[in-house]
Design a protein around this ligand. Structure first.
Ligand code: URA
Length: 240
């Protein structure tokens, strides 16, 4: 029987994980040789949400994340991109997912969009080391495609625990997927950016993703207005 690449990869991963018994559903009416789309690996592969919730410092959480097999992105990533910056930061930037540069270097926002984010942070009179930068998805989606909803769900416990440990005063979400993951709602980013939302007791400022600013430089002034609100909230002097 011919086996397609997806099915072969799925079986290889499950065997690697120690699975010796697989519940294979009866063949459906699909075309000959057609495999069912691979489902999320959540609940089949660790770490479990309880293990993630049980981590009580960022180092331990990062080490647990580095071997993560909770979703299909584990198969294609070079490495997990956990987060960087101060573990006691007042300000946290939360982006979408690593791209090619981040996947290779293991650090969030180091490519072209990352350089723009670094410039924004500097313009706020801060440095990357003083803030904390992370993504809601810790592994690069192939070809930088949008994250799937089950991938966002599988990764969600990591950003939740990072926020609980860092306890920032303000979170800036970059783009729609970060906002969606933190609020559990689907917003139009253009309608909510610049307005304060809450994530538990933490104030959230949604703004555009730096990759969007690279394509649409005219939106930079909107992001700068949003960052001025963040600076005021953090007691940083806002330039006139
Ligand atoms: N885009 C993101 O959302 N995150 C990164 O780390 C890099 C690009």
């Amino acid at each position: 029987m011919a086996m397609n690449d997806d099915l072969r990869n799925e079986l290889a991963l499950l065997l690697e994980l120690g699975y010796t018994h697989l519940d294979i559903p009866a063949a459906s009416a699909g075309a000959a040789g057609e495999a069912a789309a691979p489902g999320p690996l959540e609940e089949r592969a660790g770490p479990t949400t309880a293990e993630i919730d049980g981590c009580d410092d960022l180092g331990t959480l990062g080490a647990v994340a580095s071997d993560c097999l909770r979703c299909r992105l584990a198969r294609t990533r070079t490495q997990v991109v956990f987060g960087t910056g101060s573990p006691t930061a007042d300000l946290m930037f939360v982006g979408e997912a690593p791209g090619r540069d981040e996947d290779l270097q293991g650090e969030p926002f180091v490519g072209r969009a990352g350089q723009l984010l670094t410039d924004i942070i500097k313009a706020m009179k801060l440095s990357r080391a003083e803030v904390y930068i992370a993504n809601v998805i810790k592994c690069r989606p192939p070809e930088n495609r949008n994250p799937e909803s089950d991938e966002l769900e599988a990764c969600h416990p990591y950003i939740t625990r990072q926020i609980e440990m860092i306890r920032p005063k303000v979170i800036v979400t970059l783009g729609k997927f970060a906002l969606q993951s933190l609020t559990g709602k689907t917003f139009s980013i253009s309608s909510v950016r610049g307005t304060w939302l809450m994530h538990g007791s933490v104030k959230v400022m949604p703004t555009f993703h730096p990759a969007y600013l690279l394509r649409t430089p005219s939106a930079k002034k909107d992001v700068w207005n949003d960052m001025k609100k963040v600076m005021a909230e953090l007691g940083i002097e806002v330039p006139a």
